[in-house]
Design a protein around this ligand. Structure first.
Ligand SMILES: Cc1cc2nc3c(=O)[nH]c(=O)nc-3n(C[C@H](O)[C@H](O)[C@H](O)COP(=O)(O)OP(=O)(O)OC[C@H]3O[C@@H](n4cnc5c(N)ncnc54)[C@H](O)[C@@H]3O)c2cc1C
Length: 471
């Protein structure tokens, strides 16, 4: 047993006739084998898998449209599937249904280098996209730790280490194509940098977690590769000193490209997992982008701030391969932290607070975690006020899962009391559903529900996620 999902509404019937019709339409691109269904009914959360009844591998918007129309005809749920790296139970087929796997829709449709935009299919991963952009001098900066798909990243409004400088998927999706629950195809936005033309449906779909439609095309903003890049590591005597350095850096407007916090425990995990030799202390990883002079000026300012907060000097990663090693280690932090307790699973949480409250929030959280018997390293995209606590539990011990949920509850409550959010980037899925009303209020969640009901009146699209269908 890992973690039971919240009480599921009964699975809906899956008619044999639908499977036959899907087979006639998609041939061997539909599967109901146990292994394929098991792969698609789980994510990287603690929840036990809940399997879809079948999986369709789509290759075009028309394929998605055909699959959605058939499911709609039989009243069967549809769960879009990107790369399966989500962390909050997003992909579990709590009411059964058909998983639409978009990984074969992974083409770059057009690169408009002069406009700094690219249009892609949803299944392309962030690394595949940057590989395709390599010779253009441009890059796409959003980098969740996993090599997630651009469709999944749009659907979860993802971000990563670069968001402090380049924003999240919210700022970087300019427009998209989506198949609605009844099979209609809509296009939102354009390649223009801005628009006042009607409701912003792009932003409505970004973060909708598969509950409003299947995204089949995405136009993204791109950025020129910076002329100069430098990265550095700095250690501190306390977590509070490290976080104060970040707050002051942001408040005086230094345009850092990345600033990541790693606590002593997480540093130990990274050292072991990625063969690094960092000092086991609260640590900040920095990266600066710009012209050579600009980068030097930013680095100088941040070093002064760090020194005033007791930072132990800067260790520079000047060669590109050293930087890559550092950031790969950071991106693999979750897997490294799991190795602190072999056999454990991670219940992670990712609150975000206004930057002015960050030190208070992190320090109170650290004190709270020290009273718990669980091992709980902290890492964070702190430049955004976002940090993750990774609670390592023995999945065979319900009392440990209960303790992790108790801690999660307290961490979220603390963030909400500081005018923050229950999730900065991982999304709501199943796990954070219970916090939505407290964060937004009844009327706001009701407004979300009204939108869902208007676009998906039979509750077919990834049902049972974000908020309950019934009030
Ligand atoms: C090691 C690790 C590190 C991570 N680090 C970060 C991080 O730094 N920042 C961050 O934001 N997240 C992070 N995550 C979480 C995860 O990578 C993101 O949530 C990511 O955006 C999920 O993308 P995916 O392609 O894996 O989507 P999936 O997990 O396949 O799907 C996620 C959700 O999006 C929906 N969906 C997928 N594709 C579509 C589509 N085309 N149309 C409509 N809905 C769709 C699904 O139905 C589901 O609800 C991390 C995860 C891991 C395992």
């Amino acid at each position: 047993m890992n973690h039971p999902a919240p009480p599921a509404v009964a699975r809906r019937p899956f008619p044999a006739e639908l499977l036959d019709t899907l087979r006639t339409t998609f041939g061997d691109r539909v599967s109901n084998s146990e292994a394929v269904r098991a792969h698609h009914g789980r994510d990287e959360s603690m929840f036990d898998p809940q399997l879809p009844d079948a999986v369709v591998f789509a290759r075009s918007t028309e394929d998605v449209q055909a699959a959605v129309r058939l499911c709609a005809q039989y009243g069967v749920p549809i769960i879009p599937y990107g790369n399966g790296s989500s962390l909050e139970g997003h992909l579990l087929a709590v009411q059964g249904g058909v998983s639409i796997d978009l990984s074969e829709m992974n083409r770059v449709l057009s690169i408009n280098a002069e406009d700094l935009t690219v249009t892609v299919e949803p299944g392309i991963s962030r690394k595949q996209l940057n590989e395709a952009l390599r010779d253009t001098g441009l890059f796409f900066p959003i980098d969740p730790g996993a090599d997630a798909s651009i469709g999944g990243m749009s659907a979860t409004r993802a971000s990563g280490t670069n968001a402090v400088r380049y924003g999240t998927m919210r700022e970087n999706v300019l427009g998209l194509t989506a198949v609605l629950a009844d099979g209609r195809v809509i296009k939102t936005g354009s390649r223009a940098r801005k628009s006042s033309a009607g409701y912003d449906l792009t932003r409505l779909f970004v973060g909708s977690e598969g509950t409003l439609g299947v995204i089949t095309g995405i136009t993204l903003r791109l950025y020129p590769q910076p002329e100069a890049v430098s990265a550095a590591v700095c250690t501190f005597h306390s977590m509070a000193d490290a976080v104060r350095t970040v707050i002051e850096t942001i408040q005086i407007g230094v345009p850092v490209a990345r600033v990541e916090f790693i606590d002593s425990l997480a540093v130990r995990a990274l050292n072991r997992h990625s063969n690094l030799t960092l000092r086991e202390a609260p640590t900040l990883f920095f990266e600066f982008h710009g012209t050579a002079a600009g980068v030097e000026e930013q680095a100088q300012l941040v070093q002064e701030i760090a020194a005033q907060n007791g930072g132990d000097g800067f260790e520079w990663a000047t060669r590109p391969e050293d930087r890559t090693r550092l950031w790969n280690a950071r991106h693999n932090a979750l897997f490294a932290m799991l190795q602190l307790r072999p056999g454990s699973r991670a219940l992670s949480t990712d609150v975000c607070v206004p930057i002015s409250r960050l030190a208070e929030c992190v320090v109170e959280t650290e004190a709270d975690l020290k009273t718990s018997p669980l091992t709980c390293p902290i890492v964070g995209h702190v430049g955004d006020g976002n940090f993750h606590v990774c609670m390592l539990v023995d999945p065979t011990k319900p009392e440990e899962i209960e303790e992790a949920e108790r801690l999660n509850h307290r961490i979220v409550k603390r963030a909400l009391a500081m005018d923050g959010t229950c999730t900065g980037e991982h999304g709501v899925g199943l796990h954070k559903m219970g916090f939505l009303v407290e964060e937004h209020g009844v009327d706001t969640v009701d407004t979300m529900r009204a939108i869902k009901r208007a676009l998906d009146p039979h509750n077919l699209m990834n049902p049972g996620k974000i908020f309950s269908w019934a009030v």
